[in-house]
Design a protein around this ligand. Structure first.
Ligand code: PGA
Length: 249
């Protein structure tokens, strides 16, 4: 049984004060949510405040990026040890905005996935095709390359801890959600590829869908066999809409 995960990525939104008012509204709304793992990914500056406030609630905290090195002269970067120190247990890795604007590659994503796993944190490893790639009929090739590239040299013993997030780039922040059938097609393909990589151990890997998830479409997405949760951007910024997504059941 795969426990569903609903993760909210705040991207570059919310000061600590705004984070506090979000949590004041959000935590009571999800206090009775059962059978779902809730993860919030604030910007670095709000991680420790959020971690402090969610303590005891079951809500987990993620970063939106991390550096793969243990420490060093990397101006502007944040290490895994610093994230753990601030209270994060998860890291979003390889989000398409980082691939697009910050030169993230399958190789850097792989180094980050490996370092995060080795340190005992959980990667939320993102992949997905662009509109051009989909229209050219290359979706499966693209996601397979990203999947195998990002998970290179990760064993069946530790790999299944990774949370995979399939996020078609054309559906992110555009209001265009993939249909549940389109998402399911890619999710079942990814599950099949994971099986090739890790055998039976891959059955426990959670594969999230991301891209314009809202309270209105979460139920039909979650009804699909291989969709184990959601990575939510825009609709996680307001407490009531994110709580509705968390409590989709
Ligand atoms: P969106 O973003 O829900 O605003 O489309 C999803 C994401 O980038 O993870």
């Amino acid at each position: 049984m795969r426990v569903p995960v609903i993760a909210g990525n705040w991207k570059m939104y919310k000061t600590t004060e705004e984070a506090v008012s979000f949590l004041r509204a959000f935590l009571p709304l999800v206090a009775d949510a059962k059978g779902v793992e809730i993860i919030l990914a604030p910007p670095f500056t709000a991680i420790s405040t959020v971690a402090e406030l969610v303590r005891g609630s079951g809500v987990r905290v993620s970063s939106q990026n991390v550096h793969f090195a243990e420490e060093g002269a990397y101006t502007g970067e944040v290490s895994i040890r610093m994230l753990r120190d601030a209270g994060a247990s998860h890291c979003i890795i390889g989000h398409s905005e980082r691939r697009q604007y910050y030169a993230e590659t399958d190789d850097s994503v792989n180094r980050k996935n490996r370092s995060v796993l080795a340190a005992g944190l959980t990667p939320i490893f993102c992949l997905g095709e662009t509109l051009e790639q989909r229209e050219a009929g290359n979706t499966f090739d693209v996601v397979e390359t990203q999947l195998f590239g990002g998970l290179k040299d990760i064993s069946a013993a530790e790999g299944p801890k990774v949370i995979v997030a399939y996020e078609p780039v054309w559906a992110i922040g555009t209001g265009k959600t993939a249909t549940p059938e389109q998402a399911q097609d890619v999710h079942s393909f990814l599950r099949n590829r994971l099986k090739k990589l890790w055998g039976e151990a891959s059955d426990s890997v959670r594969i999230l869908y991301g891209g314009s998830v809202k309270p209105e479409n979460i139920v039909s997405l979650m009804a699909k066999e291989d969709i184990d949760g959601a990575l939510v951007g825009g609709a996680c910024l307001a407490a009531d809409s994110f709580a509705k997504i968390v409590k989709y059941k």
